[in-house]
Design a protein around this ligand. Structure first.
Ligand code: PMP
Length: 293
């Protein structure tokens, strides 16, 4: 990944991909003082760019820092990277972090950096597995209480337990893991939100200790537009047995059906298929209203 052609936007300039480096004494590396975004462009337009850039700014504020660029500047830089990379369809990764001036837990005055990269990433999961429905493990790690970690920030540190859970699942042959929260309730996957279907009604956990994903909110809107009832509530793991369909949502994952979670089985049913199609139709609209929807 570190040796590619192309450019990365870094602290206000476009730099060659191979030169986009940071010092080893970077605070963000040692103490996880970093926040990031995951965005996708379809047909040359970044889907919900404004919401992603705003979440990046808010994530930084939650970690106690101000990104030294305005919303408009971040949007413009993101569009510039996409244009310079020459991609119509791409994944974009903005990241902001505390720099290297002070080394220690306290780093109040370290410079805040921002970088934005873009690459081609057609499918987050294996396309064949996607069609059949993913196989998910149930993670041993749990999403922390919001009093234990800043769960509303898309903060790098929160991904430590995600990588641990995803690696453990992959070692057992699963595509990903479903994570419970500290109370033992169903929370989300390692990089996506989760939904269930029972008797034509969609059920999804209340996002009180994990990201209320931009894709999650989009898909809830699409379901409601189809007249499908969506219930946000606490979901216990014992309930998994009674659900007929399951899917996950995320910028990278888009809408992906789930075929099994541990011992439980789900069909790739009509509601999942409808929402997959509706989501792809929405994101691929080239008009400005896709960004506004
Ligand atoms: N939860 C986690 C842990 C994630 O990393 C993501 C991806 N950003 C999501 C949920 C889904 O968020 P979004 O739909 O905004 O991409």
């Amino acid at each position: 990944f570190d040796k590619r052609d192309g450019v990365i936007w870094m602290d206000g300039k476009l730099v060659p991909w191979t030169d986009a480096e940071v010092h080893v004494l970077t605070h963000g590396l040692h103490y996880a003082s970093a926040v990031f975004e995951g965005e996708r462009a379809y047909n040359g337009t970044v889907f919900k760019l404004n919401e992603h850039s705003q979440r990046l700014i808010d994530s930084g504020k939650i970690l106690g820092f101000d990104i030294p660029y305005s919303l408009d500047e971040i949007n413009a830089a993101t569009n510039l990277v996409l244009e310079k990379q020459g991609f119509q369809n791409a994944y974009l990764r903005p990241i902001a972090w505390r720099g290297s001036e002070m080394m220690g837990v306290s780093a109040q005055n370290n410079t805040i950096h921002l970088a934005i990269a873009a690459w081609e990433w057609p499918s987050y999961f294996d396309p064949a597995q996607r069609l059949k429905g993913l196989r998910l493990d149930i993670a041993e790690w749990r999403r922390p209480d919001p009093k234990t970690a800043p769960s509303k920030s898309k903060a790098a540190g929160l991904y430590m337990i995600c990588t641990l859970s995803k690696h453990a699942a992959e070692k057992k042959g699963y595509a990903d893991a479903l994570m419970l929260d500290w109370r033992g309730q169903v929370a989300e996957c390692t990089g996506a939100n989760v939904f269930f279907v029972k008797d034509g009604v969609i059920h999804t956990p209340t996002p009180d200790c994990f990201l209320d994903g931009i894709t999650r909110r989009t898909v809830i809107g699409l379901a409601k537009a189809r007249g499908i009832e969506v219930v946000e509530r606490a979901i216990q793991p014992e309930e998994l047995e009674g659900f007929q369909q399951c899917f996950i949502t995320g910028t990278a994952a888009e809408v992906t059906p789930v075929g099994e979670i541990g011992p439980y089985r789900f069909e790739v049913g009509t509601i999942v298929q409808t929402l997959m199609d509706d989501y792809m139709t929405l994101v691929q609209r080239k008009t400005g209203d896709a960004a506004a929807a």
